[in-house]
Every structure is written in C-alpha cells, then in structure tokens.
Ligand binder design. Structure first.
Ligand SMILES: NC(=O)c1ccc[n+]([C@@H]2O[C@H](COP(=O)([O-])OP(=O)(O)OC[C@H]3O[C@@H](n4cnc5c(N)ncnc54)[C@H](O)[C@@H]3O)[C@@H](O)[C@H]2O)c1
Length: 346
C-alpha cells in the first residue's frame, strides 16, 4: 500500500515508518519537523516527505498532496497534556481542526483508510474497573478533549469509500531514535540513570496502561490490512492488560533494572488526576493483535540504549522533553505563538 504517515519525525513515527516499510508498504511522511533534530544515536532513515519533501505544517496540507495514497496514518499532534495546557487554542487548532480537515481532504482525495492515533487518556479518571471502548469518555485536558472531538467528527464523514479507525493507544514507552523523555517509563529510567533516583511525585497509586512504541506500530500495521468491514469506524484500545500498572509498580520495574538506583515515593498529591485500567480484548478478538513488550523488558531496553548512546542530562531534560523543547523553539523565534515555523532551525 502507499501510506502517508503524518508526524513521521516524532517519537512514534520514527519507530513506525521502518516497520511499515518492512511490511512491504511504500511510506511517505508529513511533519512540521519540530523534533527532527532531537535524535539520540544513529540518524534515522526518514521516509520522503510530501510537498517539497521538507517540513510541512498539517494546517497547510492540500488535497493534491493526498491523492494517490491508499491510507493515511495520522500521528501529527501536539502530543501531551502539558503541551495542550500551555496553548489550548493551538492544541485545538492542530489536534482537532487540522486533523478533521486532513480527514476531509483525504476522503476527497480518494484515500480509502484513515488510521487515527487517539489515546486511552480519553477515559480520564476512570478508577479501578477495566474500561473498554464502550466506556464513557471523560477527557480531562484540551489534549484528550481534542482526541474525543476528532473521533466523533471523523466518524461522521465515514462512508463506503472512506473507512476511519481510531486507535486509542496506552501511554507509550521504549526506545526511539527520536526519544521522548516526558512519558512515564522513559522518564523514570532516564532519571534513574542520570541521578540514581526513581522519584514518584505522588503516592504511586494511579493506574497507567503502558504499551511499547513498536507494539503501537504493529497495531497500526495490522489495521492497515485488516478487512475494511472489521475496522470501519471502530475504536480499539491498544496495549495489554499485563501492562496496566500503578505508577509505583512502574517505578519498581525501573529500580529492578538500573543498578544502584533507589525508589523515592514522595506521597504528595499528584498533579495528574488521570487513573485508568484498560480492557484490550477487542483488538485481540477482532484484529488478532497482541502487544508483546512488557514494561520490565522496556525498562531494560531503555537502560541499555541510554547507556549505549551516552545520554546526558541537558539533552534528557531539554531536547527530549516536548514542552521544554517547543518553548525553546518559541524563544529562539523558530516557531511563533501558534507553533508555525518562521525560520529554518539549524
Ligand atoms: N507517545 C504516547 O504515549 C502516545 C500515547 C497515545 C497517543 N499518542 C498519539 O500518537 C501521536 C504521536 O505521538 P508521539 O509520541 O510520536 O508525539 P511526538 O510529539 O513525538 O510527535 C508528534 C509529531 O507531530 C508533528 N507535528 C505536530 N504539530 C504539527 C503540525 N502542525 N504540522 C505537522 N506536524 C506536526 C511533530 O513535529 C512531531 O514530529 C500523537 O497524536 C499522540 O497524541 C501518543
């Protein structure tokens, strides 16, 4: 298939593109390139970009640029809750409006499948019971709210020629050449390596479902080729019940793999009210999808890769932390307040 991946120069896109190519797909990308230079280790072999092949803002994509694709995998977004809180209008502009516009243009261009990167954050503070795709959506932030709106608005334009599917990913972990340090396991392993301490800024009880970046890529690869009548307008939680862990359990997995590190649970009232345990049985039953990576294996992988690639604190806390890095791009005048690029970043 000829596949367009938006956000191909992000954390997940950089892992996903080679996996799709290995599956035999012809892959192209679309990205504003905010984090193109945020690389740890070998420089990734990015797929060619649409347009002039350089950075392209999602808000500027045209129908002509979408003609000829069999599927669009839509990852591009301001990708977490703190970013969304920093600039809620821009989050809605990119994550909601530009995403729905992309879907409309894709439909107009004759793209048959639209695979959307949603999130388990749509369930909000769901508590102890397992939430399935039919659970009420209770988004707590502009980021999560924008995901809910895109699912609804894109489902509304589905028809016989345009099949959207919504992949509600658990929080990702694992090594990517375009690392993200601001997601829980990647963060805790990095702090353990750099400071010797695994510090949990809460009582450690909130539930977090986790999934490896490679497993997310494989879920998208599965949806690309699944029978259209199965995936049509369907939402799928992406992850595994084995990785529904409390923050304290995640931190313990880190202490277990980072020699000499020690666990500190501050017990303070956490800033993040999310807590949810997720049921992943629909993707198993309907797609035959199983997430393979455990949190323990992911922590060990991160420990190895951080050491192998000589991770340093300045990069970890600034280059690989989305909010800090984007704020830096704004201060340097590389992007304006609406996150549009206004200069070439070198
Ligand atoms: N990483 C996770 O834990 C996780 C979990 C659930 C869902 N998701 C979703 O998966 C997607 C990818 O996440 P990620 O972790 O790779 O995030 P990321 O921040 O690493 O990557 C997002 C990419 O989108 C690009 N982008 C942002 N705004 C753009 C714009 N206006 N025009 C063009 N490109 C733009 C960025 O340059 C970046 O390369 C996001 O939609 C995110 O919400 C991620």
């Amino acid at each position: 298939m000829r596949v367009l991946v938006t956000g191909h120069q992000g954390y997940l896109g950089t892992v996903m593109a080679p996996i799709l190519r290995e599956s035999g797909h012809e892959v192209f990308g679309l990205d504003s390139g905010y984090f193109a230079a945020c690389i740890l280790g070998a420089v990734p072999d990015d797929p060619p970009g649409v347009g002039d092949g350089r950075s392209l803002d999602l808000r500027d994509v045209t129908v002509d640029q979408l003609i000829g694709f069999d599927a669009v995998i839509h990852l591009a977004a301001l990708s977490n809750d703190p970013l969304g809180a920093l600039a809620p209008e821009t989050t809605y502009e990119i994550n909601h409006h530009a995403s729905v516009r992309l879907a409309r243009l894709a439909k107009e261009a004759g793209v048959a499948r639209f695979l959307y990167a949603s999130t388990c954050s749509v369930y909000g503070a769901a508590g102890e019971h397992l939430v399935s795709e039919d659970a009420p959506l209770r988004p707590l932030t502009p980021y999560a709210e924008s995901k809910v709106r895109v699912e609804a608005d894109v489902a509304a334009i589905a028809d016989g020629g345009f099949a959207p599917v919504f992949l509600r990913n658990a929080t990702a972990f694992g090594f990517s050449p375009r690392l993200r340090a601001d997601i829980v396991l990647n963060d805790l392993v990095g702090r353990a390596v750099l400071t010797g301490e695994v510090r949990v800024l809460s009582d450690g009880t909130p539930w977090r479902p986790l999934v490896h970046a490679r497993d997310i890529a494989s879920a998208f690869a599965t949806c690309l080729v699944a029978p259209v009548e199965v995936i049509y307008c369907r939402a799928y939680n992406v992850g595994t019940e084995c990785n529904n862990l409390t923050v304290a359990e995640i931190a313990q997995a880190v202490v277990d793999v980072v020699p000499g590190s020690r666990l500190v649970i501050t017990g303070e009232r956490g800033a993040d009210p999310r807590s949810y345990r997720v049921d992943f049985s629909r993707a198993r039953a309907e797609l035959g999808f199983n997430a393979e990576w455990s949190v323990q294996a992911g922590a060990a992988e991160l420990y190895t890769e951080y050491n192998r690639n000589g991770l340093i604190a300045d990069d970890f806390f600034n280059r690989f932390t989305r909010l800090a890095y984007l704020e830096g791009l704004r201060e340097e005048g590389v992007v304006d307040d609406s996150m549009r690029r206004i200069a070439v970043h070198v």
